[in-house]
Write a protein of this length. Structure first.
Length: 284
């Protein structure tokens, strides 16, 4: 199963979106059809399969924008504005660094120097999954997970190449070292922003779960967050409706249902290979 999609569904559940196993399978099939390249199509496909109510769609939109922001390949491919925000400066540097792409030897260095936005986005997604950024819980872990992401992308080999190029006497090699250093700093900033977004996404889900747990154990006369209580009551009511709307059967083992047994054994030429027991439905 797609690890990125699993992490996204986990974040949705943590933020109050109810997702069943069947809906998860539908989302996997939708991603197989549309892929991750076109962000708008991916958002529409996942929204149609995972979000059911208007409230859940609002939460879905917030989570999607935070979780898949680094995968916005169309934005990365656009030329940056004169005063571009930090998220676009990496692409600005990459667009001007393409002549040095063939000089870089490390995989990460070649990718950054070539300005391959799609490859960078895919590498960040894979690195985030390998570094388990989804497990971040406190803001002080931001630097740790950011470093893990960059190491998973191949930072060590790129730094070795950068230091060797800076120590060389050849002017072209020194220029390459300077370009790699600038690329590293801008990539580090991109990774930092991504980890911050993941922390905010995970923290909001954890805080909501903690708040609901406290409200369940607190007397109603002592609660002040009535809006949150109303939401919790609606959530519990939906769970009760889903549980009691299913018509259950009580099977009476030992009481053979002759008619159903004969009917289910017709494909076996009447040989009684499968038995059926009497059962009665429980009225609500």
């Amino acid at each position: 199963m797609d690890r990125i999609l699993v992490d996204f569904i986990k974040a949705l559940r943590g933020n109050g979106v109810r997702i069943a196993t069947s809906e998860t399978l539908d989302a996997i099939h939708a991603v197989d059809l549309v892929g991750y390249r076109e962000r708008s199509r991916l958002k529409s496909a996942l929204s149609a399969t995972l979000a059911k109510s208007e409230e859940e769609k609002a939460r879905f939109n917030t989570c999607f924008d935070q979780f898949f922001q680094f995968n916005d390949l169309q934005t990365l491919a656009q030329p940056p504005a004169p005063q571009a925000p930090p998220g676009n400066r990496l692409q600005q540097m990459l667009n001007g660094a393409q002549p040095a792409a063939e000089q870089a030897q490390s995989p990460l260095g070649q990718m950054l120097m070539a300005g391959d936005s799609e490859a960078i986005a895919a590498a960040m997604a894979q690195a985030a999954s390998a570094a388990k950024v989804r497990d971040i819980r406190v803001i002080t872990q931001k630097g740790l997970y950011g470093r893990r992401m960059m190491m998973a992308m191949g930072l060590e080999a790129m730094e070795q190449e950068m230091w060797a190029a800076e120590a060389a006497t050849d002017a072209q090699q020194q220029a390459l070292g300077d370009a790699l250093r600038k690329a590293r700093e801008l990539l580090r900033e991109e990774v930092k922003h991504y980890v911050e977004r993941q922390y905010l996404l995970q923290a909001s889900g954890d805080s909501r779960a903690l708040r609901e747990s406290v409200m369940r154990e607190t007397s109603l006369e002592n609660l002040r967050e009535f809006k949150d209580v109303q939401g919790l009551v609606r959530k519990l009511a939906k769970r009760l409706v889903a549980t009691h709307s299913r018509r259950r059967k009580i099977y009476q083992r030992g009481k053979l249902d002759v008619r159903r047994t004969i009917r289910h054994n017709i494909p076996y030429s009447g040989v009684l290979l499968e038995t059926r027991w009497k059962a009665k439905r429980v009225d609500k």
